[in-house]
Design a protein around this ligand. Structure first.
Ligand code: 2AM
Length: 627
């Protein structure tokens, strides 16, 4: 018999995976209420079919400085077309949930503008848009839970066929719906051994690159000039003194295979390796056979969500699969992991605790236990010893091992066969004083160039587009924010050998002159003897040492002190580039520029704000911030 129930279409646009998690949760909750769901990444949806939808749910995140995720760009461009009539989406019902960070100026910008545009095109919002906030003590889920419950009851009012047994009815036995979506085949060792080449490390790493590539579909496909590659580490040098409390490293890598083209301001993504002991403990804890040969596939071939959990078509050792694809000792698992664990717990008190964690009432406690304390999968499993999860579930739910992105700090003109990174080795204390450290930076910092280490990596276009030599530059890069500007200055210095280049002002900030003045000699040498940052060339180097005196001095203070110089350069057509690891820094620096434009340009504040916005639209105000 034909299923006449309406199907709920859920589209998500994600950059880091959080919007995907939220969308998957909404899909699961709808399915458990008996409603069929079609869950798609927004770039897999044909936007021209929007007017034919009945009800459509959007879960979208805002990235960087108010940007749409990469996967949403085509969809958004289509929706912005001027020739779409204001009746185009009449009769279509929709709901929007946004994920953002209120620490940023353009908080949840994408969900807000999507909501407005859908409504301008005649669609009708069925619930008020939900705004998830990373800054909330229990994360975006604090807003997701109430938004979803109002969504279910509204959908039920609109059409009671959505939920045949009402919005509060849940299919009781999760097994009815929740079967792992992964299939694992175990291969006999004899057969595998005959294909000896499969055992080579290189094959495994290639597979891993393919896996990471599939994690961001579209990102890699068309850009032939920035291929993925292996890099050989040739230098690992600490740039900071131990007393300053920071460990920032300079890494140099050599291209192994072909020459690779990249540009200053580009990004390098690096795939970290996991701690062997942690991988072994995980395998032991889960009673797995590390030597078994497996292939892993999603049960539904077109389930792209699970591509990240798929092995190549060749059998791979279980241990290698875990090591290369499953983040067992660094990333905290999602809420759904706890829910599935509760199903497999055999000790009653563990089951009860896990069920509480997975319930709306337990959400805040789970957030503290899991996200704030950054408990890894391995630690969580050790806390609940009665849980024995089948490997299929683990493969599906353990967070995938992800690549990490860094701003490139070299110019290809200065180092034809190399790429350099400037990396802060991340470590912090959780509220319960547990020391945590960043997986990739800690791993990189321990690598020894003598040991001929090859790492899988690939190049991405950065948001800081490379400036032509004739463009005057105002660069603001405190801390590791100086990374791309080291590349800019190296490049300018070489260009300057053949013909005169436009002036460059560079503002750097660090804690102490003696402690963490990154690349001190480099900047100083370029600011002397007619270098590109020298006064003789119309340039300048300005450094704010925040902790060398009782009151804080930051880059924005140095910017303000040089307001006349900056204004003159801006009127000559200069571009502003800002990079750094602080959430607040870019907005504080923007305020300083507003002051300058207002003061030196004699403009009221609002006009100064507009002036800078025009600068941004003209491609002369760039920001790259990371946390
Ligand atoms: P602090 O750690 O002493 O506060 C690089 O991290 C430099 O950026 C440090 O000197 C740091 O100072 C400074 N910094 C921290 N917050 C900032 C902000 N909002 N604006 C500009 N610089 C900031």
């Amino acid at each position: 018999m034909e299923d006449r129930r309406p199907k709920l279409v859920i589209l998500y646009a994600t950059q880091t995976g959080n919007a995907l998690d939220a969308a998957e949760r909404a899909a699961r909750e709808a399915e458990r209420r008996g409603c069929p769901v079609m869950l798609l990444s927004i770039d897999e949806y044909d936007v021209s079919s929007l007017p034919h939808e009945d009800t459509i749910i959007f879960v979208v995140s805002t990235t960087g400085q108010g940007d749409t995720p990469d996967s949403m760009k085509v969809f958004w461009k289509f929706l912005l077309q001027r020739n779409l009539s204001k009746h185009w989406l009449e009769g279509v019902r929709y709901a929007v949930f946004g994920l953002g960070d209120s620490g940023y100026q353009k908080y949840n910008f994408v969900s807000k503008k999507l909501d407005k545009r859908l409504s301008d095109l005649g669609a009708m919002a069925i619930v008020e848009k939900g705004l998830g906030d990373d800054q909330h003590p229990s994360g975006y889920e604090a807003a997701l839970d109430p938004w979803m419950s109002s969504l279910w009851s509204t959908l039920n009012q609109i059409n009671d066929k959505f939920f045949p047994q009402g919005p509060d009815f849940l299919i009781p036995d999760m097994k009815l719906i929740d079967q792992p979506k992964i299939h694992i085949t175990y291969h006999s060792v004899d057969k595998v051994d005959s294909q000896s080449s499969l055992n080579s490390d290189l094959k495994w790493i290639e597979m891993q690159i393919e896996r990471a590539r599939s994690m961001s579909p579209g990102k890699f496909t068309h850009d032939k000039t920035r291929p993925n590659c292996f890099l050989k580490l040739i230098q690992n040098q600490r740039l900071t003194r131990a007393e300053c409390g920071k460990d920032v490293r300079h890494f140099e890598f050599e291209f192994v295979s072909s020459t690779i083209e990249y540009k200053v301001g580009d990004i390098l993504e690096v795939l970290p390796s996991q701690n062997q002991a942690a991988v072994d403990s995980f395998i032991q804890r889960c009673n797995l056979d590390p030597e078994a040969f497996i292939t892993v596939h999603p049960k539904e071939m077109n389930n792209h969500l699970l591509h990240t959990r798929t092995s190549a078509n060749v059998p791979i050792k279980l241990k290698t699969f875990v090591e290369l694809t499953m983040d067992v000792a660094s990333a905290p698992p999602r809420r759904y992991f706890f829910e599935v664990m509760s199903y497999f717990a055999t000790a009653p008190h563990e089951k009860e605790k896990l069920q509480y964690f997975a319930s709306p009432e337990g959400r805040d406690d789970l957030y503290q236990y899991n996200q704030k304390e950054r408990r890894s999968v391995l630690e969580v499993l050790e806390d609940f010893p009665s849980v024995q999860m089948p490997f299929e579930w683990l493969v599906q739910l353990v967070p995938p091992l992800k690549t990490r992105a860094f701003s490139i700090s070299s110019s290809p003109l200065a180092h034809s066969n190399q790429v350099h990174l400037t990396v802060s080795v991340v470590s912090w204390m959780t509220p319960f004083k547990r020391k945590r450290s960043g997986l990739c930076s800690t791993w990189l910092a321990k690598l020894d160039p003598e040991q001929s280490i090859y790492i899988p990596a690939w190049f991405q276009k950065g948001t800081l587009s490379p400036p032509p030599p004739s463009l005057p530059l105002i660069l603001i890069g405190p801390g590791t924010g100086c990374a791309p500007f080291r590349g800019f200055v190296e490049e300018r210095a070489i260009q300057n050998e053949s013909s005169a280049t436009a002036p460059v002002l560079f503002f750097f900030g660090c804690r102490n002159e003696d402690g963490d003045f990154l690349y001190r000699d480099f900047w100083l040498s370029h600011s002397q003897n007619g270098g590109v940052l020298s006064e003789a060339k119309g340039g300048g180097l300005f450094v704010a040492f925040s902790r060398d005196q009782p009151q804080k001095v930051y880059v924005q203070h140095k910017v303000q002190e040089n307001s006349r110089k900056i204004w003159n350069l801006l009127t000559e057509g200069a571009a502003i580039y800002i990079a750094g690891s602080s959430t607040k820094m870019p907005s504080d620096v923007l305020l300083a520029f507003e002051d300058i434009v207002s003061k030196e340009g004699g403009l009221p504040r609002e006009s100064a704000v507009r002036w800078l916005r025009t600068l941004e639209k003209a491609g002369r105000y760039h920001v790259e911030a990371w946390s």
